[in-house]
Write a protein that binds this ligand. Structure first.
Ligand SMILES: Cc1ncc(COP(=O)(O)O)c(C=O)c1O
Length: 387
């Protein structure tokens, strides 16, 4: 029997799989589970995007290989990025991706040699480490400060900084919901320049920032394009997660490297999806502000209801996640298992995001406020007995 590669063996099955199994068991036994474990948006895409998709899907000519992104897609991304004060060369500085996950998963294969050190946020979104391992690199966690939620470079040894070739960062952050400041990005760019480290910034939650705080693209900082690329996506901004379309912007050379790798891997995205994405990126949509307001209502509903049950949680400034310390110091995995089994609420254990995520859980606010209140009441009932 053929064995999996050593490369694959470095990845584990992932807690999501185990939790999904637990959820399936409970559902099969007739129990009801409120699922806060996956950040898949429940809100609808813009109507003009759905219309463009349907129209294009009705055309007989839409079903061939697309090979590369349509030039209009790249132009649409450049148009959209003006909102962040970033000017992009649509041809050279934009690359279409099958979701930002596609680009993130393949990034290290394009940029990293076996044994190269790559700095990653800890806690951080799991594919960053997965990508580095698949590419043969060595991940090194940058501790994320518990208060500012920014990377603490003082805790990264000098020799690691000198060795590192690439660093991946993500603001607004999944899972911590931390947001960037200009000062933070200035420091990141200064570290990158000092130690010759290239930056890949994941900006997937760029339009889910609350309380009138600004969305800052790293590319809006002077000279950033020399040292950085940025991933973004239509999944969260436009609720098109199932469409699988995203993009990489910034440094043209690095974009060229990923473009070359991808030319061997896939043959482009279904044309109607590209048409829907172009419509979403280029049409002024009055749904973005109400969408942010809805996530804020959900955040407030969940945090307030949990605080009524004695669990005080820092309100997130962004994203669709609430990141919380386990109330009784339980490990994140055992707490998450208890919540799904005894409260019928599925959450993600923080340890899935790195060692610094231990003793935390992540709750995705992908339900209406009333459902989140019900989840909080179930958790409260569990805590009253077990905490
Ligand atoms: C931080 C972050 N980056 C990237 C992704 C991948 O998104 P997509 O591949 O749908 O663009 C996600 C999905 O949850 C995410 O949370």
């Amino acid at each position: 029997m053929i064995q999996p590669s050593q490369r694959l063996n470095q990845l584990d099955e992932g807690v999501f799989q185990e939790l999904a199994l637990e959820k399936r068991k409970l559902l099969a036994s007739g129990k009801d589970v409120i699922d806060l474990s996956v950040g898949s948006p429940d809100l609808p895409p813009p109507p003009h995007a759905m219309k463009a998709l349907v129209e294009s899907a009705s055309a007989k000519t839409s079903y061939g290989y697309t090979i590369t992104g349509l030039p209009e897609f790249n132009q649409a991304v450049a148009h959209f990025y003006a909102r962040y004060g970033v000017v992009l060369d649509a041809e050279r500085e934009v690359l279409q991706l099958q979701g930002s996950q596609d680009g993130l998963a393949h990034l290290a294969l394009a940029l990293v040699n076996p044994g190269d050190t790559v700095l990653l946020p800890d806690p951080g979104y799991p594919i960053y480490e997965g990508s580095v391992r698949l590419g043969g690199g060595i991940p090194y966690p940058i501790p994320i400060d518990a208060k500012t939620l920014h990377p603490n470079f003082d805790l990264v040894p000098q020799d690691v900084l000198e060795r590192a070739k690439l660093m991946i960062l993500n603001y607004p952050s999944n899972p911590t919901a931390g947001i960037a400041t200009v000062e933070m990005f200035e420091q990141v760019i200064s570290v990158a320049r000092q130690y010759d480290i290239f930056i890949a910034h994941d900006f997937a939650y760029s339009e889910l920032i609350f309380d009138n705080q600004p969305a800052i693209s790293i590319l809006s900082l002077p000279g950033a394009k020399e040292v950085a690329v940025e991933f973004n996506s239509l999944s969260k901004t436009f609720n098109m997660a199932g469409c699988r379309i995203g993009y990489l912007v910034g440094n043209a050379e690095v974009i060229g490297h990923l473009r070359k790798l991808k030319s061997h891997i896939d043959f482009g995205i279904f044309l109607p999806i590209q048409r829907a994405a172009i419509a979403a990126l280029t049409t002024e949509w009055d749904g973005l502000a109400p969408q942010r307001a809805e996530y804020m209502r959900r955040r407030d509903a969940l945090c307030f209801a949990l605080s009524r049950h004695g669990w005080e949680i820092r309100k997130p400034s962004a994203t669709m996640f609430v990141w919380a310390q386990t109330p009784s110091g339980q490990t994140s995995y055992s707490f998450a298992l208890d919540l799904i089994r005894h409260a019928g609420v599925a959450v993600t254990p923080g340890s899935a995001f790195g060692p610094n995520g231990e003793h935390h859980i992540r709750m995705a606010i992908v339900h209406a406020p009333e459902v989140l209140e019900e989840a909080a009441n179930r958790i409260g009932a569990y805590l009253a007995i077990h905490a």
